[in-house]
Design a protein around this ligand. Structure first.
Ligand code: SF4
Ligand code: SF4
Length: 330
C-alpha cells in the first residue's frame, strides 16, 4: 500500500502555503540537483491549467530543500500555439510562466528541434528531462476525450517524450471512415491541418496524428473513433510511462496531482471550461499509480466517459506502483 498525501480543498481552506507541508511530507528533500518540474502550461486560451502561483511556491520549496528546479514541458503534435518550442515559450509567458516570477528557468524539454534520447524502439525521452537529476511531475487531473482520464501517467507518457513517441501513442486514436455515410462535404479536409485526408476522403495514415478534429466536424457520422480507442490509448500511455520512468538515468520522482478546476477535457482544450465536479484538493505521492488511482476515486469513476482505470491497472501490471493507497491528510 502506498502513501498519498492530501490537502483538502472542499471547504475552501486550501492555501498555497499548504503546498510546502505537502511536499515536505512526501519527501521533497530527496530531489537534489537539477530537478525537472514537468507540467502542462496550457494551450493558448485555456484557462484551467495549474496556476503559476502554485508552481512558484513549488519552485521555492524545491530550492529550499537543495534542488535546482526548472519548469518544463514538450511541444505538441497538433498544430496550435505549442507546436514549436518558440510557440510554446510565447504561450507559457502569456500564461504567466515567466522565469522572473517563478524563480527558475522555463525550458521546453525537446528543444528547438524536437530532440530526444531513444530508450526503447518506440520511446524517445525529451532531452532536457533525460538530462535532469530528478523530476517532480505536476499534473492537472482532468477528464480526457480520448483517454478518459488524464493525470500523472498521461503527463509522463505524453508529456516527457518527443513528437515521434507522441505519434506512436496516438496511432490508436486515428479515425475510421464509413464511406456509405460520407456525403463528400469536404469539412474533414478543411479541418485537418496535417493533410491526412485525400481528395477521395481516404485517410492517409502516415500523416494522421489522431487528433480527432475531423470527427468533430463530420455531421453524418461517417468519421468515428476506432472501437476500443480509449482502452487502447490508455494501455499505450501506461507502456510509455513505464518506458520513461524505468529508463531515465535517475529514479527520484514525486507526483503532485491538482484536483482543482476539474474539467472533462485536458489543458490542450482551448474552449471555455465546464467542470466535472467542485474542487477537491491536491494529492502527492512517490507512487504514480497510487496518486492517479486516488485521483480517479476522489473525482468518481462514474463521472468519466469510459473506464478511466485502464491506464492505472496497466501501469500497476507493469510494476510502476500500487493500486492500494492510504490517504494521509496534510
Ligand atoms: S466530413 Fe464526413 S461527410 Fe464530410 S467529407 Fe468528411 S467524412 Fe465525408
Ligand atoms: S485525419 Fe483527422 S485525426 Fe487525422 S490528423 Fe487529420 S483531423 Fe486529425
Amino acid at each position: 500500500m502506498s502513501e498519498v498525501y492530501f490537502i483538502d480543498a472542499t471547504e475552501g481552506t486550501f492555501t498555497v502555503e499548504k503546498l510546502e507541508t505537502l511536499l515536505e511530507k512526501v519527501g521533497v528533500g530527496d530531489l537534489k540537483d537539477v530537478t525537472a518540474l514537468k507540467m502542462h502550461m496550457g494551450e493558448r486560451n485555456n484557462k484551467t491549467f495549474v496556476k503559476p502561483a502554485y508552481v512558484q511556491k513549488i519552485v521555492a520549496v524545491v530550492k529550499k530543500h537543495g534542488g535546482d528546479p526548472f519548469v518544463t514541458d514538450t511541444t505538441t503534435i497538433y498544430k496550435a500555439e505549442r507546436y514549436t518550442a518558440m510557440d510554446y515559450y510565447r504561450t507559457a509567458f502569456a500564461h504567466g510562466f515567466l522565469p522572473s516570477y517563478l524563480g527558475c528557468p522555463v525550458i521546453i524539454a525537446d528543444g528547438l528541434k524536437d530532440e530526444g534520447v531513444q530508450v526503447t524502439e518506440k520511446v524517445e525521452i525529451a532531452k532536457s528531462i533525460y538530462d535532469s537529476d530528478a523530476m517532480l511531475v505536476i499534473s492537472h487531473a482532468t477528464g480526457h476525450g480520448a483517454s478518459s482520464f488524464g493525470g500523472a501517467i498521461k503527463n509522463v507518457a505524453m508529456g516527457c517524450v518527443t513528437k515521434r513517441t507522441k505519434i506512436y501513442q496516438h496511432e490508436v486514436t486515428q479515425p475510421v471512415l464509413d464511406t456509405d455515410l460520407c456525403n463528400q462535404c469536404d469539412k474533414c479536409r478543411e479541418a485537418c491541418k496535417h493533410d491526412a485526408i485525400s481528395e477521395d476522403h481516404e485517410l492517409i495514415r502516415e500523416n494522421c496524428i489522431g487528433c480527432g478534429s475531423c470527427i468533430a466536424v463530420c455531421e453524418t457520422g461517417a468519421l468515428k473513433s476506432a472501437r476500443d480507442m480509449s482502452p487502447n490509448l490508455q494501455k499505450r500511455l501506461a507502456e510509455v510511462a513505464h518506458a520513461v520512468l524505468r529508463n531515465l538515468p535517475y529514479h527520484k520522482f514525486i507526483f503532485v496531482n491538482f484536483l482543482i478546476d476539474i474539467t472533462p477535457f485536458c489543458d490542450c482544450a482551448e474552449f471555455a471550461p465546464e467542470y466535472m465536479c467542485p474542487d477537491i484538493g491536491v494529492l502527492a505521492s512517490k507512487d504514480i499509480v497510487a496518486v492517479d488511482m486516488a485521483s480517479i476515486d476522489m473525482i468518481g469513476k462514474h463521472l468519466f466517459e469510459s473506464d478511466p482505470t485502464v491506464q492505472v491497472r496497466e501501469a500497476h501490471k507493469l510494476g510502476l506502483g500500487e493500486l492500494e493507497y492510504e490517504i494521509c491528510m496534510v
